[in-house]
Design a protein around this ligand. Structure first.
Ligand code: ADP
Ligand code: ZN
Length: 291
C-alpha cells in the first residue's frame, strides 16, 4: 500500500491504495495553516490499518522538486503567504520513515493519466488543469520533465484575441495564460462566477482561444502524443470542440500528423481518471519513491 497526498491551495486530498481499482475513500482537509493541515494529514495516515511502503506528495507550487537541493521538498515562493518556504516532505518523512516522493500536482496527475488514464497508449503526454490556477505537467517515457525548477506552463505568454483589452489577472504577468483563462480571471472579466456564465456566452470563445494558444505552443515545443485538459473550468464541455478547431486553424496544417489534422478529438481529451487523477498521481509518486 502507498499513501497519496494531493496538496492543493484550497484542500488537501489523501488516500491509500495501489491504483484506481484499489483505492481507499478519499478524505479532504481544507488548506489552513501548514501546521494544522500537515497535522491532519499525519493523523490520517497514522490511523490507517495498512503499513505503507511509500508516500507521495503532489503539490501546488512553486515547489523545489530537486532531491539534491537544500530546499528539496518545500513549497517555495507561493503567493499563498502562510505557505511560503514550507517543508512538506520533512514532517511526513519524520512521522513515517518511509520513502517520500514529491512533485508538482500536475506532474502527478500527468503520471497517473499515463499509467491508468487517458494516455495509457502513448509514451508522451501533457496534462493541463484549468481551475483556480492553470498548471501543466509533461511526461516523456514514464518520467516527468523537471529541470531548473519545474515547468510553469500556466504562465506562458499568449497572443490576445483581437480587440480584447482585459488587463489580465496574474499578479506577476498580467495577461499571461493564467491571467486570462483561470476561473478567477473569468470572474474578474465578466463579473460573474465562471460556473454561472451561460454555455453560449462569448466568454467561452475567448476562453477557447487562450487555451488553444497554450495547446499550440505546447505542441510546437514538446510534440506530445496526447494533451489532457482537466480542472473545474474544463467541466464546460463545449470548450473541447472550440479548442480543437482553434488549434487546427492556428497550426494551419504545419504539424503534419493525422492525429491533429483528422483525429483531434482523440488528441485533446478530458482526463480518464476524473477527480482522482491528482491523488492517484500522488500514490504513484509514493510507489516510484519506494522503488
Ligand atoms: P482548484 O483549481 O482550486 O483545485 P478547480 O479545478 O475545481 O479547483 O477550480 C476551481 C475554479 O474553477 C473556480 O474558479 C471555479 O469558478 C471554476 N469552476 C469550477 N467549476 C466550474 C464549471 N462547471 N464551469 C466553469 N468554471 C468552473
Ligand atoms: Zn503569470
Amino acid at each position: 500500500m502507498y499513501g497519496g497526498i494531493e496538496a492543493g491551495g484550497t484542500k488537501f486530498v489523501c488516500a491509500v491504495g495501489t491504483g484506481p481499482d484499489d483505492l481507499s475513500e478519499m478524505v479532504r482537509f481544507p488548506t489552513t495553516t501548514p501546521e494544522e493541515t500537515i497535522g491532519k494529514v499525519i493523523a490520517y495516515f497514522k490511523n490507517q490499518p495498512h503499513s505503507l511502503k511509500g508516500i507521495g506528495i503532489a503539490s501546488f507550487g512553486p515547489i523545489d522538486p530537486n532531491p539534491s537541493s537544500e530546499s528539496f521538498g518545500y513549497i517555495t515562493s507561493t503567493p499563498k503567504l502562510l505557505w511560503q518556504q514550507t517543508d512538506l516532505v520533512g514532517p511526513i518523512k519524520k512521522a513515517f520513515d518511509v520513502p517520500v516522493g514529491f512533485d508538482t500536482d500536475v506532474n502527478g496527475a500527468a503520471l497517473s493519466e499515463v499509467r491508468w488514464g487517458a494516455a495509457q497508449d502513448v509514451a508522451s503526454s501533457v496534462y493541463f488543469t484549468v481551475g483556480t490556477g492553470i498548471g501543466g505537467g509533461a511526461v516523456v517515457n514514464g518520467k516527468t520533465i523537471n529541470g531548473l525548477l519545474h515547468p510553469e506552463m500556466g504562465h506562458m505568454r499568449i497572443p490576445r484575441v483581437e480587440g480584447d483589452d482585459f488587463k489580465g489577472h496574474c499578479p506577476f504577468h498580467g495577461p499571461c495564460l493564467e491571467g486570462m483563462a483561470t476561473g478567477p480571471a473569468l470572474k474578474a472579466r465578466w463579473g460573474m462566477p465562471a460556473e454561472t456564465l451561460p454555455e453560449d456566452h462569448i466568454a467561452w470563445d475567448y476562453e477557447a482561444h487562450y487555451l488553444a494558444m497554450a495547446v499550440v505552443n505546447t505542441i510546437l515545443v514538446l510534440s506530445p502524443e496526447r494533451i489532457i485538459m482537466g480542472g473545474g473550468v474544463m467541466d464546460q464541455k463545449q470548450l473541447f470542440p472550440k479548442i480543437r478547431a482553434r488549434v487546427q486553424k492556428a497550426l494551419n496544417g504545419y504539424v503534419d500528423s493525422e492525429v491533429i489534422t483528422k483525429n483531434i478529438n482523440r488528441y485533446i481529451v478530458p482526463p480518464g481518471l476524473g477527480n482522482r487523477a491528482g491523488v492517484l498521481g500522488a500514490i504513484l509518486l509514493g510507489e516510484l519513491a519506494a522503488g
